[in-house]
Design a protein around this ligand. Structure first.
Ligand code: AMP
Length: 119
């Protein structure tokens, strides 16, 4: 699948849609989800044009993959939830209901998050 340069997260990366960036480095950008599902709900996206976790894992460079996951951990610590705990989730493809075709990791925290999957 060709990367869609007009997806909403590509526009956020280009600064065409404003968001409150809570973290940014050369590998990742993080901002609050517009429709939060937990007291803390942040989206973490790579700066490169990868449409899904599958694309990123297959085609990302080792530096991009390491840098991205380093950022995820740093964001958990920055948010102050690394001790109390948090959940990360990456919807990948239609069965997982991935809505935005730019790889993103959801970070949920701030309450007891319950079972991993809804019944
Ligand atoms: P997914 O279903 O995993 O693709 O999740 C996409 C997420 O992007 C949803 O949780 C949306 O609420 C979120 N979202 C869509 N547009 C924006 C936006 N402009 N700013 C922040 N979050 C957004």
């Amino acid at each position: 699948m060709a990367y869609d340069q007009d997806n909403i997260f590509a526009k956020i990366l280009r600064g065409e849609i404003p968001v409150e960036k809570i973290y940014e480095d050369g590998f990742a950008v993080a901002f609050p989800d517009i429709n939060p599902q937990a007291p803390t709900h942040v989206l973490i996206i790579p700066t490169g044009p990868y449409d899904s976790l599958d694309d990123f894992a297959k085609n990302g460079t080792v530096a991009e993959i390491a840098g991205f996951w380093r950022a995820v951990g740093a964001i958990g610590r920055q948010l102050g939830v690394s001790e109390t705990g948090y959940r990360t989730l990456a919807n990948t493809g239609p069965d997982a209901h991935q809505e935005v075709p730019h790889f993103h990791v959801h970070l949920f925290a701030g309450k007891k998050l319950g079972p991993m999957l809804a019944e």
